[in-house]
Ligand binder design. Structure first.
Ligand code: WQD
Length: 334
C-alpha cells in the first residue's frame, strides 16, 4: 500500500516513515525542507535499507499535490507538514493559518478527487487549551491563546465536517502530547533551528556544552514540585501509534490522544536525564514563560481500546535516545 507522508523529512514524520517502511508500506514523502534537512531522507533509507519516493513540494500548492496524487495510486495520506512553533505563530499568524490550514484543505480536496479514503492528521494536545488534566478526547476545547494551536483546532474541525459529509473517509486525528527522544541508531532526531524552544533539545544542548544552563520557567505552579508537568512520549511510540491508526479502518473522523498518560515535571525530567546519562544539567529558576499551562497529560484509554496501541518506552529511554542523537550531531550538519 502506498502512503503519502507530508513533512516526512521532519522529526515525527521521519520516524513514522521508518515505522511504515518496516511495516511493509510504500512511502512517498512530500516536503519543502523549510524546517528540516533533506539529508534525513537518506538516513531513513540507511536505517531501513528500503527505497522510498520523495518530492520537494509545498503542500499548499494544489497543482503539485495533484501531480503526486495522479502519479501514485495512493492508499492513504499522513499529514505532518506544518509550522509548529507557538512563539513564532504569535509573530506570523497569517503565515501559520495559511500554511497549516490551506495544506489540510488542499490534501483533503485531493483525497476526495482521487478517492483516497484514509487520512491521518498530526494534531496536538495544545488544542485542549487550559482544560483540567488528564485531557480526554471528548472534552470541549478551550481557546489555545496562540495561532499555532488554533490552526490545529481549525484543521480538526474541517476534517470532522468533511468526514461527516463523505462517509467513505476514514480519518484519524492524532493529538500528540510532548514528543521527545530519537531513533536508537542516533542517526535521526529533533533538530530545532537556532536556540531550542522545547525542553528536551535545550537539555541535550546544555549537556553538550552548546548552551550554558537551562532556564526552568517557573517553580510556583500547583504541581508536584512547582515546575511545569507534561506528558513526554517517545517519538518511536508516536510513530507506532500512526501505523496503528492507519490500520484501523472504521469510517468517520476519530480523535485519539497519543501520550503515555503520565506527567513528568521539569525538575523530574532533569533528574531522569542526569541519572540516565551520568551528566549534570546546570539550571536556574526563572519567571514563568507566558502562555504555559501548569499541567498537561493525557487520558490514553481510547487509543488503547480502539487502536490497541499504548506507549511502551519510559522517560529514561527518552533521555538516553535524545542524548545519543545530540552526541552524534556534528556542528552544523543539520
Ligand atoms: C515543556 C515544559 C516549559 C523549555 C510545546 C507545544 C506543543 C508541542 C510541544 C507542537 C514546560 C518547560 C521548556 C525551557 C523550561 N509542539 N521549559 N525551560 O510548551 O509543553 O509544548 O511543544 O506540537 O504543541 O505547545 O513544550 O518543551 O516547550 O515545555 O522550563 O527552556 O518545559 O515551561 O513546562 P510545551 P516545551
Amino acid at each position: 500500500m502506498n502512503i503519502l507522508v507530508t513533512g516526512g523529512a521532519g522529526y515525527i514524520g521521519s520516524h513514522t516513515c521508518i515505522a511504515l517502511l518496516n511495516a511493509g508500506y510504500s512511502v512517498i514523502i512530500a516536503d519543502n525542507f523549510t524546517n528540516c534537512n533533506r539529508e534525513t531522507v537518506n538516513k531513513i533509507v540507511d536505517i531501513t535499507k528500503k527505497k522510498l519516493h520523495f518530492h520537494e513540494v509545498d503542500v499548499t500548492n494544489e497543482r503539485s499535490i495533484n501531480e503526486i496524487f495522479k502519479r501514485y495510486k495512493l492508499d492513504g495520506v499522513m499529514h505532518f507538514a506544518g509550522h509548529k512553533a507557538i512563539g513564532e505563530s504569535l509573530e506570523k499568524p497569517l503565515n501559520y493559518y495559511y500554511n497549516n490550514v490551506v495544506s489540510t484543505l488542499v490534501l483533503a480536496k485531493a483525497c476526495l478527487k482521487y478517492n483516497v479514503n484514509r487520512f491521518i492528521f498530526s494534531s496536538s494536545a495544545t488544542v485542549y487549551g487550559d482544560n483540567k488534566t488528564p485531557f480526554v478526547e471528548t472534552m470541549t476545547l478551550l481557546p489555545t491563546t496562540n495561532p499555532y494551536g488554533e490552526t490545529k483546532a481549525m484543521s480538526e474541525r474541517i476534517l470532522v465536517d468533511i468526514a461527516n459529509a463523505n462517509p467513505q473517509l476514514q480519518i484519524s486525528i492524532l493529538r500528540y502530547f510532548n514528543p521527545v527522544g530519537a531513533h536508537e541508531s542516533g542517526l535521526i532526531g529533533e533538530t530545532p533551528n537556532g536556540i531550542p524552544n522545547n525542553l528536551m533539545p535545550y537539555v541535550t544542548q546544555v549537556a553538550k556544552g552548546k548552551l550554558k544552563r537551562l532556564k526552568v520557567f517557573g517553580n510556583d505552579y500547583a504541581t508536584v514540585d512547582g515546575t511545569g508537568v507534561r506528558d513526554y512520549i517517545h517519538v518511536l511510540d508516536l510513530a507506532d501509534g500512526h501505523v496503528a491508526a492507519f490500520q484501523n479502518t472504521s469510517s468517520g473522523a476519530r480523535i485519539f490522544n497519543l501520550g503515555t498518560g503520565k506527567g513528568t515535571s521539569v525538575l523530574e525530567l532533569i533528574n531522569a536525564f542526569e541519572k540516565a546519562n551520568g551528566i549534570k544539567i546546570p539550571y536556574e529558576i526563572t519567571n514563568r514563560r507566558s502562555g504555559d499551562i501548569a499541567s498537561c497529560y493525557a487520558d490514553v484509554s481510547k487509543a488503547k481500546r480502539e487502536l490497541d496501541w499504548e506507549a511502551k518506552r519510559d522517560i529514561v529511554s527518552m533521555c538516553k535516545d535524545s542524548w545519543r542523537f545530540e552526541q552524534n550531531l556534528k556542528e552544523n550538519t543539520f
